[in-house]
Ligand binder design. Sequence first.
Ligand code: AMP
Length: 193
Amino acid sequence: MLNIILFGPPGSGKGTQAQLLREHFKLLHISTGDIFRSEIKNETVIGKEVKQYLDAGKLVPDELTIRMLGNYADSNLKTEMQGIIFDGFPRTVPQAEALDDFLANKNSSINVVLSLEVNDEELVKRLINRGLTSGRSDDSNEEVVRNRLKVYYNQTAPLADFYLAQKKFVSIRGVGTIDEIFAHLCDEMNKLS
Ligand code: AMP
């Protein structure tokens, strides 16, 4: 299996690039944010539980996130897929450890962590702009947007060290056209085979 984590702050372009990588490399794309939003939209029990966290730009508790990710991967991974692209997961060290265990159970592991680097002012601009059309409540409010960046730097950015220690962390410039950034990501992916 080819397993990739697309890493980076909110607004760095993970979702856009993950879609392109999914098609090009025949991967299962797992976006925990998308799964949570769909649970909320469908007013499920999980949706009701997680709404408060998404609205405030806070992380959903690890236990619930990890359980949901495992269930989703197990029911959506098909034999024709070459692996998984994780988008927005893991976001904490316990999530990263749980992901290693989950993949180890499948005799697999993370191949590479591709980190999209974008400066804060550009991120805030992109997120607020996206809020104008996406209908995402967590993009529309500048205070929530800035809180999400704070959560990212406090709780998620330290994961870089976790993957640097495993020599799996690669930084990619996340500013430029979608095609340019995709080409850089593909270069890194092609180094794997
Ligand atoms: P995203 O679409 O990745 O920006 O995620 C939107 C929101 O979903 C985040 O602000 C969190 O509230 C929640 N979320 C998504 N992924 C995770 C995760 N791995 N751990 C905890 N909360 C998450």
